[in-house]
Design a protein around this ligand. Structure first.
Ligand SMILES: [Zn+2]
Ligand SMILES: [Zn+2]
Length: 177
């Protein structure tokens, strides 16, 4: 198998679960490349199957199916070439609600994977982002605390961890059904 393409905004899409081993052919290049993308793909018409990471990296999957992997509306205020790279040439990730892509230092951040409360405790600044997003003065503190405690990498709710490519700060958001 050819070496996996480099995705600056999604450094390890195998580890995050966005790519899976598969013997099925890619619906873009027609080749069984050994890996297929299993995350979201927004297209006008549904693609006839799954695409391989090579067709994501070179932009051919996005061109052929007029597809975005992440909705560009989630990346407002960033340079066009960054938005283009994230939305059209980067594997996205499965989430409960429409996926968001966090940004920092005027650049999109690198997605590190779905995480739970245990992993977030290692990155207090990321945990604090979720806490402040969900803090609601009308609710008692223990509602927020039990929401945070329930966060799990394969659970509902889930948190999504990113790292700023410039300053290295960890960022996160959470969602659930
Ligand atoms: Zn392909
Ligand atoms: Zn930063």
């Amino acid at each position: 198998m050819t070496a996996l393409p480099t995705f600056p905004y999604h450094p390890d899409p195998l580890a995050t679960g966005s790519l899976r081993p598969s013997a099925e052919p890619c619906c873009c290049c027609g080749q069984p490349r050994g890996l297929l993308y299993v995350g979201p793909m927004y297209t006008a018409q549904e693609a006839p199957g799954r695409v391989c990471p090579w067709c994501i990296a070179d932009g051919s999957a996005a061109r052929r199916f007029d597809a975005e992997f992440t909705d560009a509306s989630e990346l407002t205020g960033l340079p066009d070439d960054v938005v283009e790279e994230v939305c059209s040439r980067t594997p996205a990730f499965s989430s409960w609600q429409q996926g968001r892509w966090l940004a920092h230092c005027a650049d999109a951040a690198a997605f590190l994977g779905p995480v739970g409360i245990e992993e977030l405790r290692a990155h207090p600044e990321a945990l604090e982002m979720i806490r402040s997003e969900f803090a609601d003065p009308r609710r008692k503190e223990h509602f927020l605390q039990s929401f945070l405690e329930a966060l799990h990498a394969d659970g509902n709710p889930t948190a999504y961890l990113f790292r700023c490519r410039a300053c290295g700060e960890h960022l996160a958001y959470a969602d659930g059904t």
